[in-house]
Design a protein around this ligand. Structure first.
Ligand SMILES: [Zn+2]
Length: 400
């Protein structure tokens, strides 16, 4: 059961329109120094996804990015090329494992259990070095991170209306839409959505004057509505995940989000979803619901079932062309096409030696992951057990 609370303070998150065949989301990356190691989102490790990437494996000697949460209990797993070496885990950017945390040898390889004291989620660099903190020449592989936190596996939503619209293409009111967004997230990921608040941006106590009522709002990126994260003055509402409905996105995306685990010092649980498509037409409520659920999936650590070319280029890792999950479908046709484009761009220098295929005839075939909620268009309505498990576990690491 999802309750709707309409606040006197109403936020307007203007939903972006979904365009047929166009990407539902535009995930932003951030480059920033961590501790004494400069890392970018492309070399970040996300907990509990159970996929391993070459770019992480080759950089664990010097440092990979991670975002740790207060109270979180973590285990870093890695295999190493020698039984003679005894690596230590170092956590830079925070006082933790200062002398290195010693690993345990087990069937999988090495396991490093650690938990760090902090007041708020903190971006760190993780590395495996020798006892003195010197870089090892050994090769590590199959590096992954597990983590469980102290926060609830339930959540509430704050649907913030920030634009000039009051109903969807199929005539649903904002209140019904908000309720349905909550139902979609709850049903798709099997997490309990406790309460759905509806807020209006023009009524925000601090930044409301920046969002005039009935003023169309088309944004470039999430940072354009970032100020709506300012506190509403209601603890429950402030602890809810913010879903901002806007009129549209200038880049024609249907929705935008940033993975919690890639963020810097923000606790940015903001998702934006568009209300109009690229032609300016209103979008139907069901599309908005699914895009909101899709973007929520990104925030808690899911990636697209088949990685897009943009993601492959951003992450510069060609060891993995899908989400790495055994139980979610992916699209071989698109993967082949992406490989060919990357090869033509001279980007595929390692991890893959692709000989090229006539993808032009393949691309017309429907993708088997089209029905999955994390298909890049956000059009799907299914999730896999592994995706749901990631969402549940990662929710416990995200303050809310
Ligand atoms: Zn997406």
């Amino acid at each position: 059961m999802i309750d709707i609370f309409i606040s006197k303070l109403m936020f307007f998150f203007i939903g972006m329109g979904i365009f047929l065949g166009l990407s539902a989301c535009s995930d932003s990356g951030v480059d920033a120094p961590v501790g004494d190691v400069s890392v970018s989102t492309r070399y970040f490790i996300v907990p509990n996804v159970n996929r391993t990437r070459d770019s992480i494996d080759v950089r664990i000697n010097k440092g990979i990015g991670a975002r740790l949460s207060p109270g979180g209990r973590y285990s870093l797993f890695a295999k190493v090329d020698s039984l003679d070496v005894e690596p230590f885990l170092f956590v830079d950017g925070i006082t933790c494992c200062e002398d290195g945390c010693l690993g345990i040898r087990e069937e999988y390889g090495l396991r490093f259990d650690f938990s760090c004291e902090m007041l708020r989620p903190t971006r760190v660099a993780l590395s495996l070095k020798n006892r003195n903190g010197d870089v090892l020449n050994n090769s590590f592989y199959h590096v992954r991170l597990d983590g469980v936190g102290v926060y609830s596996s339930e959540l509430s939503l704050n649907v913030i209306v920030a634009g000039a619209f009051d109903s969807t293409a199929d005539g649903e009111s904002i209140d019904i839409l908000a309720r349905n967004i909550g139902t979609s997230i709850q049903d798709l990921f099997e997490v309990r959505v406790d309460t759905v608040y509806v807020s209006y941006a023009n009524e925000h106590p601090i930044v409301g004057h920046l969002y005039p009522k009935n003023n169309p709002l088309f944004i470039q990126s999430l940072s354009d509505v970032d100020d709506l994260r300012n506190l509403w003055g209601n603890l429950k509402r402030d602890n809810a995940f913010d879903i901002v409905l806007v009129d549209g996105f200038r880049d024609n995306s249907g929705g935008q989000s940033i993975s919690f685990f890639y963020q810097t010092d923000l606790d940015m649980d903001v998702i934006a979803v568009g209300f109009h498509d690229m032609n300016g037409a209103l979008v139907k409520s069901q599309q908005i619901q699914h895009i909101a659920a899709h973007e929520f999936g990104h925030v808690v650590g899911l990636v697209h079932t088949t990685l897009t070319l943009d993601e492959l280029q951003d992450w510069a890792d060609f060891s993995l062309f899908d989400d790495g999950l055994d139980d979610s479908p992916s699209c071989q046709d698109k993967i082949d096409k992406n490989k060919l484009v990357l090869k033509e761009q001279g980007l595929m220098k390692r991890s893959y030696d692709f000989d090229g295929t006539d993808f032009y005839q393949l691309i017309l075939d429907p993708c088997p992951d089209y029905s999955n909620i994390m298909y890049y268009t956000g059009s799907g309505r299914e999730s896999s057990p592994m995706q749901r498990a990631i969402v549940k576990k990662n929710l416990t690491l995200i303050p809310h």
